[in-house]
Design a protein around this ligand. Sequence first.
Ligand SMILES: [Fe+2]
Length: 430
Amino acid sequence: MEGKVILMLLLFVSIISTFRADYVRPQPRETLHFPWSFKSSSQPLQVHVSLAGDEHMRVTWITNDHSAPSYVEYGTSPGEYTSVSQGESTSYSYMLYKSGKIHHTVIGPLKAGTVYYYRCGGEGSEFQLKTPPSQLPITFSVAGDLGQSGWTKSTLEHIDLCKYDVHLLPGDLSYADYLQHRWDTFGELVEPLASARPWMVTEGNHEKEDIFLFKAPFDSYNARWKMPFEESGSSSNLYYSFEVAGTHVIMLGSYTDYDESSYQYAWLKADLAKVDRERTPWLVVLFHVPWYNSNKAHQGEGAGMMAVIEPLLYAAGADIVIAGHVHAYERSKRVNAGKSDPCGAVHITIGDGGNREGLAHKYNSQPEWSIFREASFGHGELNIVNSTHAFWSWHRNDDDEPVKSDQAWITSLVGSGCVAEKNHQPKNFR
Ligand SMILES: [Fe+2]
């Protein structure tokens, strides 16, 4: 009985925190139903992989058996495992819920652009993954605010068709919203994709799940979706960076401290100082709450972070900034300080992966910096062709078909001379 009351309270808090009265989100699709299927307690579940430093990847899976081992066997031919890596494990409790054993095992060194076959803990099916290329070109798929609805399924099917190398997710993954078994069903839902290509994620408000005096924020997210923060010199899983094929990608946290005295700010400054534009001509940044948003939903929520962090990104010559949170799509011109600037970043809001809350349809009048906006579910593809040119496209889930609705060539700031120009400014003007 007491458990039920707590659950109702948590549900109420969740609904209050995600509902806004000033816009309507029609036609959400139903939450998917996951039939129960028998798997032995040591069988690997919810397998996903992520990049983990130079030439390495992290394999994550869950077993119900807490004595199951954390090693991964792998090789370049099916069934022939020439290498084995030992990993670590964790688990967590959330009120009455107890997670399975969550295994994190780093494998490598791995060859670039190569298919590896692997098995987790000596049990269950063989999986296969493809490592990203070592040099450009590279294709990223992008979708935020995924959830696990009928629209999510449609989006995942379209992402699967696009032959991407790495998936980027700017926050709001499972929409578990305190109900921890939803993290497990989300893990199963994305496994076919996330076990085959690295999925690089950052957190949104739906990952927070904190309870005053009981639960710190992001506990479940951090336990399940470990990202390469240690590998990138960060002390928190909530912000980190990685490099892949000529691209330096920075994942920031919209819901962790970002002011000038914060750890995140200090880490970001140090990370930006390390970026070598000869090695990685493209600089891409992701976080959850958009700074350039002309939708009525979540209007102005990113202003505080923008005031502190945008000057750093501008000085460093960030090319593309990707956010989620608003359940619609929008692409800006190159912008800085709230207006067009040829040496600023292109901002993309893509919080339209398919969550159960539906779309954000109401807009303010279109600002001069906003090129394209539309409230539809879908996904993005960023094909970075070479050091100067990238092709961006957004694909709307129109009647379950992926329809290319917005597309643009983006020229890098290195190619346009902006980065060199900024580097020649006296230090106190940067
Ligand atoms: Fe969000």
